[in-house]
Ligand binder design. Structure first.
Ligand code: NDP
Length: 439
């Protein structure tokens, strides 16, 4: 921590992994003698760059750009780009580190990376977002490639941003290739990619519930966030007979106890890019708590009574006291759509209470898995039908759950998917690093 100060989220992610690794390190002496853990903790390459662009008023704006290429033992670097004012190198490093294990768990040939910028797309015009994306890609394009590093979206980077980033890559390189995923399905994107993280997170919950002989049917669900992951988590929940009753964004929390109207929410957030509170215009029995009215800053989502919880907004949005409130209200399963949304004390409370808890690196791996299916389609110049993508996603999510669950059993901690997912991911990467020699 002394050599890289101020990277709180990165240390939090590392501690979660290291805490459960000691039993697996004893299973093969080479994990220690070949310095696998020490090498894993240091990114293979970190690219930091200036992004200078001109806003609508003609003023020059300067942002920071990041790409952390963490580990490529299993395949080309893969991981999203986040555009949010909170982005710093500690956040990008935590996300890149998590991505190594998540990608390994999919069983697909994928290395781990993450990138982004402290640029805030909110309140910016279409032209400003385009010019920012063009400037960002002008700096990044020489470091990425279809078999080298393939970024995707994350917070603040959706279809629109991927389009501008891809256009600039093509303009600079002269190549139409699968260098980004999450592209529009009109020009190289995969059907089902937009939905994949949310759908996958629900499939993962379905697997956790099945282990206890339960189904999603009739379950009341708490969802946080109202972006890409949250919307498609809610959509799949409704399709499988469950009832999402909350969602949130940075302006506040929406609660509709008789069940959220997901098509309306998609219209508000995806098509109109409108305020979450405008939902009340159509549903008078719902209510909205503004962020400035939160009690002690606590997200009201976790105070509702429900069966299942799906944190789908951002890191550290569900803390110890929230976990206590959820457990007191009878929560039975938590499936993480976001990356590291639960703090370490919240996770300990869930594990101690013996409820099903699916860590993000397992539960939200559906997005990157379908990104890899997009890479396969691009490489083959092919296009898969939506049903084939969804079927493959569902089977990958079952595979990840089985892998994490069986590994937890093997190491004497049945039901502990934190331990199972971390060890299963670690083994796959560590073995590849050993095979490929020390560098
Ligand atoms: P979006 O930008 O589409 O949505 C993010 C949502 O969370 C928005 O509703 C946003 O509100 C809210 N939010 C974000 N940051 C904050 C904050 N600091 N405080 C309050 N609300 C916040 O992003 P995604 O849905 O793509 O990503 C959500 C999470 O899922 C992230 O943790 C991401 O890393 C993870 N993830 C995403 C994948 C993907 O395929 N997209 C894949 C795997 C994980 P507002 O719009 O008001 O800012």
């Amino acid at each position: 921590q002394q050599s890289s100060p101020g990277q709180t989220e990165f240390y939090q992610a590392v501690e979660e992994v290291l805490e459960v690794l000691s039993p697996v390190l004893d299973t093969d002496p080479r994990y220690r003698s070949e310095g696998v853990v020490e090498r894993l903790l240091e990114p293979e390459r970190q690219i930091l760059f200036r992004v200078a662009w001109v806003d609508d008023k003609g003023a020059v704006q300067v942002n920071k750009g990041y790409r952390v290429q963490f580990n490529s033992a299993l395949g080309p670097y893969k991981g999203g780009l986040r555009f949010h004012p909170s982005v710093n190198s500690g956040i990008i490093k935590f996300l890149g580190f998590e991505q190594i294990f998540k990608n390994a768990l999919t069983g697909l040939p994928l290395g781990g990376a993450k990138g982004g910028s402290d640029f805030n797309p909110k309140g910016r015009t279409q032209g400003e977002v385009m010019r920012f994306c063009q400037a960002f890609m002008t700096a990044l394009y020489r470091h990425i490639g279809a078999t080298m590093d393939v970024p995707a979206g994350d917070i603040g980077v959706g279809h629109r941003e991927i389009g501008y980033l891809y256009g600039q890559y093509r303009r600079l390189s002269g190549r139409f290739e699968g260098v980004l995923t999450g592209k529009s399905t009109d020009w190289g994107g995969s059907l089902g990619r937009k939905e994949a993280t949310g759908y996958g997170c629900v499939y993962f919950a379905e697997n956790m519930l099945a282990e206890k002989g339960e189904t999603l049917e009739g379950k009341r669900c708490l969802v946080s966030g109202a972006g890409n992951v949250a919307l498609y988590t809610m959509e799949k929940l409704v399709e499988l007979g469950a009832k999402p009753i909350t969602c949130s964004d940075s302006t506040g929390t929406l609660i509709h106890r008789s069940g959220l109207d997901v098509p309306l929410l998609k219209n508000i957030k995806e098509r109109n890019r409108d305020r979450l509170a405008s939902y009340l215009d159509d549903h008078r029995d719902a209510f909205f708590v503004r962020a400035e009215d939160y009690d002690d800053g606590r997200l009201p989502v976790w105070l509702e009574k429900a069966d299942l919880a799906f944190p789908c907004a951002t890191q550290n949005e569900l803390l110890g006291p929230d976990a206590e409130a959820l457990l007191a209200n009878g929560i039975r399963c938590v499936s993480e759509g976001a990356n590291m949304p639960c703090s370490r004390d919240a996770i300990s409370l869930f594990l101690r209470a013996g409820i099903s808890y699916g860590p993000g690196k397992a539960a939200n791996a559906g997005g990157v898995a379908v990104s890899q299916l997009e890479m396969q389609q691009n490489a083959a110049m092919a296009r898969w039908p939506a049903e084939q993508v969804d079927r493959t996603l569902r089977s990958i999510m079952s595979g990840i759950h089985r892998d994490a669950s069986e590994t937890a059993m093997e190491f004497g901690a049945p039901g502990n998917l934190v331990l199972g997912a971390n060890i299963a991911g670690f083994r796959r990467v560590a073995d590849a690093m050993i095979d490929q020699g020390v560098f």
